[in-house]
Design a protein around this ligand. Sequence first.
Ligand code: SF4
Length: 238
Amino acid sequence: MAKSNIEWTEMTWNPTTGCSKISQGCKFCYAEIMSKRLQAMGVQKYKDNFSVRTHDEALMIPYLWKKPKVVFVNSMSDLFHEDVPIEFIEKVFTVMNENPQHVFQVLTKRSERLFELHNKLKWTTNIWMGVSVEDDKVKDRIDFLRKTNAKVKFLSLEPLIGPLPNLNLQNIDWVIVGGESGQNPRAMAPEWVIDIQEQCQEWDTAFFFKQWGGKKKKKNGRELNGKIYNEMPKINYL
Ligand code: SF4
């Protein structure tokens, strides 16, 4: 468990670690860079660097938090990666089901596997399920997400590397947008962001603008149209 600097969450919990690249959004994967660093520092959990590993000992952690938390699940991995056994995914869901005081934000790029397994999982309202969509080529991830039984559904459009016109946001509760940062960030055009914000308004979907990104991420900030968009899902659990 670790406090997080990510604007849309409070902390991270990593019952699995490691992953492999699947689409353009993975090009400068933060988890891969961090895993290497943690391995070099001798952190046991990362001894196998970025290979997919499950961590039974991490499953107890959410039971120990005294106050309700908003938690990003697997910032260092992808829970629906093909190398994570269904039995372990079920264990992670049991932990989330048994801790309704916490909100768990699960984000995947493996939307097909998510859809394949969703009927075997119990979707309590504290599990927010999201898919990452970085450009038009992987837009079908949204349709797989929409067809799941998740009660709260969201999109992470980060790093946004292409325009996303004509999104179908039906039953999508929340959209996060962010530009790439780091040494060689791919550019995000302001008109792509403005278009997505307008689409969210039309669909009555909460919109969260995380960052412009770029080489000077802090300086570039997160203002859009002269304001900060920090909207969170408007949840109707019924
Ligand atoms: S899916 Fe996520 S964690 Fe896995 S390689 Fe891609 S960006 Fe990294």
